[in-house]
Every structure is written in structure tokens, then in C-alpha cells.
Design a protein around this ligand. Structure first.
Ligand code: ATP
Length: 137
């Protein structure tokens, strides 16, 4: 079955939404195969978001993602990558994420959009290797 790497970003942890988000993941039917609370180093943040290095928001994104602990998880299931992105909602929590999605229900600003999920099998493998070395299959 497919694997995806999910982060509950510092805003989600700080706002006490970890339980709510994990509940939605479990209700969807996705399996939590690995889970941990981590303080993110700048090195890990920069590697994780390497594809955004040239974007204007990169500096503030790195500052945000290292601002407090995140919850990192590997989810498994049939079409896990698309399934998590469906329950997360679009990147912009107001213009793109629909009500009923995690971002649509709980977020206001694009940067502070609560969760990350891998966007392709290649990204999932790369990201699982960063957060859970040796765990990708
Ligand atoms: P993620 O990769 O975290 O799942 P995504 O794939 O929906 O999010 P990306 O376009 O890959 O969105 O952007 C990565 C992250 O960078 C976003 O989740 C958001 O936190 C931040 N971000 C994206 N666009 C902006 C923006 N215009 N201004 C501020 N932050 C942004």
C-alpha cells in the first residue's frame, strides 16, 4: 500500500489540534504507521522544503516550521497520498480548502495552514527518508 509523510505544523500543535487532526486521519481509514513529536532543526526544515528555496516566502516558512514542535507521521493506505491531501484541503485555507477539510475548517492564512502532506510517490519517499530514515518501502 501507498505511504505518505504528514506533518502537523507548529500552529496545529500550538493550537491543540493534534487530536482533532489525528481523529480525522483515523476516520478516513488511513493507518498511522509511524508517529513522533519533533523539534525541527533549521537543517531539516531547509532540506524538507528545498523545492521552495527560491520562493519569496521561503525565509518565513523556515522560521515558522522551526518555531515549535511538529508532529511527523507516516500514513499508509490505498491512495494514501491523495486521500490525505483530500482531507487536508487546498493550500490556501480560505480560497482553496473547502469546509469539511482540516484547513477549510481550522485555518485562515496560507502559511499557517496546519498540515503538510506529500504530493507524489517520489516526494513521499524523499520526505520519509528525511523524517523516518529507513522506513520508506
Ligand atoms: P505542503 O507542502 O505544506 O503540504 P502545499 O503542498 O499545499 O503545502 P506548497 O505550495 O508546497 O503547498 O507550499 C508549502 C507551504 O509553504 C504551504 O503549506 C504553506 O505553509 C507555505 N506557503 C505556500 N505558499 C505561501 C505563500 N504564498 N505565502 C506564505 N506561505 C506560503
Amino acid at each position: 500500500t501507498e505511504q505518505t509523510l504528514v506533518l502537523i505544523k507548529p500552529d496545529g500543535v500550538a493550537r491543540g489540534l493534534v487530536g482533532e487532526i489525528i481523529t480525522r486521519i483515523e476516520r478516513k481509514g488511513l493507518k498511522i504507521a509511524a508517529l513522533k513529536l519533533v523539534n525541527v532543526s533549521e537543517e531539516v526544515a531547509v532540506v524538507h522544503y528545498a523545492e521552495h528555496a527560491e520562493r519569496p516566502f521561503f525565509g518565513s516558512l523556515i522560521e515558522f516550521i522551526t518555531s515549535g514542535p511538529v508532529v511527523a507521521a507516516v500514513l499508509e493506505g490505498e491512495r494514501a497520498i491523495a486521500a490525505f491531501r483530500q482531507i487536508a484541503g487546498g493550500t490556501d485555507p480560505v480560497e482553496k480548502a473547502v469546509p469539511g477539510s482540516i484547513r477549510g475548517d481550522y485555518a485562515l492564512e496560507t502559511q499557517f495552514n496546519l498540515v503538510h502532506g506529500s504530493d507524489s510517490p517520489e516526494s513521499a519517499k524523499r520526505e520519509i527518508d528525511i523524517w523516518f530514515p529507513g522506513f520508506a518501502h
